[in-house]
Design a binder for this molecule. Structure first.
Ligand code: ADP
Length: 467
């Protein structure tokens, strides 16, 4: 249990952020520690060396000025040894052959220096760093001076610095993960809120939205994105619910009609003509049911992305010609003139059955919504520049009002339900939805222009088959 909780904590974003902060802090502190320590140590050593070399020059000057009075020279050098800031500073005084003649206080026992040049030179002797120089002054005996001191002062300074840096480093290393953990907690708190809210969401209850803090940061953007995704899902689910309810409603009418015909047939013994009439009704309703189901299936295929052209090609002019021929008797019966103004030979990507649905729905609607002595014109042209086919179905019918216009491609939407024609295809508000689904699956467009009382023009564009 405890182990599981620990594992859970180790996998949290908060913990990982804190761990990263700690790691970065560790690397920065270590690097800074080494760099500062090395820089300071080198500076101190350099100063230490410079000081010794400067001391060698000072001793040479003192030798020139004071040596004739040896006592005064020795006293001055002993004072220097006492007051010198370097711990254990000393001077050793040799004759030209390297015999020790005099040592200042604090001077350690060291073997005499060999091969000493005129210029002051730095040499290490045991735990001491020394500067040695041969002094050949005119009028004075040759002497060799060795002065030096221990490293203690440098080492003391460096170890003090080490302690300070170590203390600062440990503080940073302790504080960084703790601070990082607290800060990461603050930063990830909105995430916890996002998780809590989204885990409560149910398909039935998509009303809740994530709160926005108004900071505009990435987490706010995540919340905003999730909120707009929820909006889209809610709209989609709602339209799906409406779709199912509408579909059930549409299926119910033909089923009820079939049921009635069957009930009438079973009610009592009937004449063969009566049975034939009732069976004819049943057959007609079955036809309507099949037609409706085919339309619903086509829309479902479109939703599932299965209406894409996938290698099929069709002669659109042939489909238009057939459809016009098919609707001619209907138009005649309604007193509507149906004519083809232009019919370019056009090959497009797409399944013939689906394209036929588009052309038929448009012609059917145009005739349906055009009163007697009106005119329906079908035109098929090509646009070479855009490499597309343009199908235009115009009518001089009732037109579509401005408030209906944006909605006519919605499923089951009918601008004027009272116009619904009994029997025959269409009338369920699915025709234009099917047109739009098929056309967009084939990478085309469908548009409408309409003036109430004057008529409508539906324009479909489809990409031509590239030769
Ligand atoms: P339906 O199957 O009921 O015809 P559609 O989806 O084909 O459904 O059309 C939706 C609605 O758009 C129709 O109910 C009608 O109000 C309007 N509409 C479609 N085409 C025309 C047209 N040519 N003239 C006037 N109204 C039209």
């Amino acid at each position: 249990m405890l182990f599981a909780r620990l594992r859970e904590t180790l996998h949290t974003l908060r913990f990982r952020l804190a761990a990263w902060v700690a790691l970065v802090a560790f690397l920065v502190v270590t690097f800074t520690f080494i760099a500062v320590r090395e820089l300071v140590r080198r500076t101190l050593v350099h100063e230490f060396n410079q000081r010794l070399l400067q001391d060698a020059v000072d001793v040479k000057l003192a030798y020139q000025q004071l040596y004739p009075d040896r006592e005064q020279f020795h006293t001055a050098m002993n004072r220097k040894a006492q007051d010198h800031p370097h711990v254990g500073w000393f001077l050793q005084w040799y004759d030209g052959d390297g015999n020790l003649m005099w040592s200042s206080i604090n001077a350690p026992k060291l073997p005499p220096p060999r091969e000493v040049g005129d210029e002051p030179e730095l040499r290490d002797a045991g735990e001491f760093r020394t500067a040695v120089a041969r002094l050949d002054e005119p009028g004075l005996p040759t002497r060799i001076a060795r002065l030096g001191s221990t490293w203690h002062s440098v080492e003391d300074d460096v170890s003090l610095l080490n302690r300070i840096l170590l203390l600062a480093g440990i503080s940073v290393l302790v504080l960084a993960p703790v601070g990082g953990y607290l800060l990461a907690g603050r930063a990830t708190r909105p995430l916890a809120q996002i998780i809590a809210t989204t885990s409560k969401l149910q398909p039935r209850n998509l009303g809740e939205r994530l709160p926005l803090r108004g900071t505009g940061d990435e987490l706010d953007q995540v919340s905003q994105t999730i909120n707009s995704m929820l909006d889209r899902i809610a709209t989609y689910l709602e339209s799906n619910r409406d779709f199912i309810a509408n579909a059930a409603h549409e299926l119910r009418s033909p089923l009820a009609a079939i049921r009635t015909s069957v009930d009438v047939a079973l009610d009592r013994l009937r004449t063969p003509d009566e049975y034939a009439g009732l069976l004819q009704d049943v057959a007609e309703e079955c036809g309507r049911l099949t037609n409706l189901l085919n339309r619903l299936l086509l829309l479902a295929e479109g939703d599932a992305g299965r209406l894409v052209a996938s290698g099929h090609q069709a002669r659109l002019d042939k489909i238009v010609r057939e459809s016009v021929d098919m609707f001619e008797p209907v138009a005649d019966a309604q007193g509507v003139e149906l004519k083809v103004s232009n019919l370019a030979s056009v090959l497009v990507d797409g399944d013939e059955y689906h394209l036929r649905q588009v052309v038929r729905n448009l012609i059917d609607n145009a005739i349906k919504f055009t009163p007697a002595s009106g005119r329906v014109t079908v035109e098929l042209a090509t646009d070479g520049v855009r490499n597309q086919a343009i199908l235009r179905v115009s009518d001089t019918g009732v037109g579509i009002s401005a408030q209906d216009l944006p909605r006519i491609f919605e499923r089951f939407y009918r601008a004027d339900r009272s116009r619904r024609r009994e029997g025959g295809p269409g009338g369920s508000g699915l025709g234009l939805a099917i047109c739009s689904t098929v056309v967009s699956a084939l990478q085309g467009t469908i548009q409408v222009n309409s003036q109430p009382g004057q008529g409508s023009v539906f324009t479909v564009t489809l990409p031509l088959v590239s030769s």
